[in-house]
Design a protein around this ligand. Structure first.
Ligand code: FES
Length: 371
């Protein structure tokens, strides 16, 4: 302590002292703080420091802390009130605008509540609590020499008795037995499944269309998922509808129907033709405003199964990717990096909806398009 008195805290010289460098060393208390430090070893002197607090400024601090706590209370009540009022309103949490609005208000009120609480507690601790030093006695972590010697002896005796040094055959076979165990976690990586390679580049739509066209048909008919009923344009003529469809015959003829159905699953949406803005080169891919897109989200592959008919947005419930059905299912919100692949449609001579080709790009998460 006497050394510190002579040289300043951290051994730094004070300004104005002979040969003095700029006074304060980074990481040391400011001169003001230093003045408040208790003399080393005089812990008892600090006891009862709280009594020394100026009662007037303590009262002021108390009122400030209480104000922050009241603010936290008000923000928490606002959070609950908004949540109950908002979720009860017409439309609930559906829609991007509503989701944005609710995120702003719920997030804002909760942040304010926690922030006000934290500021209140901080002021309470710094302004109203005593700051006496607390010393926790700890024994030295290093064991004494006798204990270390005893441990070394026990260890060496054990090694000697086990015969690990004397019996190289045992030692080597033990190491051999342990080595594959270290590699075992690597083997488990196989459970991540086989790489899809080029398998997601094509779906059963392509194969079914080729077969149908070889028989002189315009394309393969779309059947409703569940009933397997082929769909006429007149059956799906009301704008605003969305259904899930598959290529006709997939379950009977595909080699691995489960996998093929999972890849070929498609959503059919009826959009008023005057609101459709087809992507260049795909002007003929719809029938009276009926468009078809892969149902597999291009983010990480959840089914993009929600459709909002007023905005014509397709929503993926997993991470809220949103696609515009009027404009080639381009991404308008969320983490998906590319549009849902579109299926070219036409109408056959009997008025049924048919696909005239496969999806032009790989279906599923964007990562696999590089496969
Ligand atoms: S899987 Fe669709 S948004 Fe993530």
């Amino acid at each position: 302590m006497s050394e510190n008195k002579d040289q300043g805290i951290g051994g730094a010289q004070r300004p104005g002292e002979e040969g003095g460098a700029p006074g304060r060393v980074v990481g040391t208390p400011s001169p003001a703080a230093e003045r408040r430090l208790l003399p080393e070893g005089d812990v008892s002197a600090s006891e009862g420091a709280g009594e020394e607090l100026d009662e007037q400024s303590a009262k002021r601090a108390e009122r400030v802390v209480a104000a922050f706590f009241l603010l936290a209370f008000a923000a928490s009540v606002a959070f609950i009130a908004y949540y109950i009022g908002w979720s009860g309103r017409n439309g609930g949490m559906h829609g991007i605008e509503r989701a944005r609005e609710s995120n702003l208000w719920l997030g804002g009120t909760m942040t304010l509540a926690f922030l006000a609480m934290a500021i209140g507690v901080t002021i309470w601790v710094r302004r109203l609590m005593t700051s006496k030093p607390i010393v926790q006695e700890r024994h030295e972590l290093r064991a004494d020499d006798a204990t270390r010697e005893a441990f070394t002896k026990t260890f060496l005796d054990g090694a000697q008795e086990s015969g690990i040094t004397k019996r190289p055959l045992l030692r080597r076979t033990l190491l051999l037995a342990a080595a594959p165990l270290g590699l075992a976690p690597l083997v488990l990586l196989r459970d991540l499944g086989p790489l899809p390679e080029k398998r997601l580049r094509h779906t059963w739509w392509g194969e079914a269309v080729r077969k149908a066209q070889a028989e002189g048909k315009k394309g393969v008919r779309l059947v409703v998922d569940g009933t397997n009923k082929p769909l006429k344009v007149s059956d799906f003529s009301t704008p605003g509808g969305m259904i899930t469809v598959l290529p006709e015959g997939i379950e009977e003829h595909a080699e691995n129907p489960l996998n093929e159905v999972a890849k070929a699953v498609t959503i059919l949406i009826n959009i008023p033709p005057d609101q459709l803005k087809p992507v260049k080169g795909r002007e003929e891919w719809h029938v009276n405003g009926i468009v078809a897109y892969s149902k597999i989200c291009t983010h990480v592959g959840c089914p993009a199964a929600l459709y909002e008919q007023t905005t014509h947005h397709i929503l993926c419930p997993c991470h809220q990717s949103t696609f515009d059905a009027t404009e080639g299912a381009k991404v308008v919100f969320g983490p998906a990096a590319r549009p849902l692949p579109q299926l070219p449609l036409a109408q056959d001579d009997e008025g049924y909806l048919v696909a005239t080709g496969d999806f032009p790009e790989p279906i599923g998460p964007s990562f696999w398009e590089r496969g």
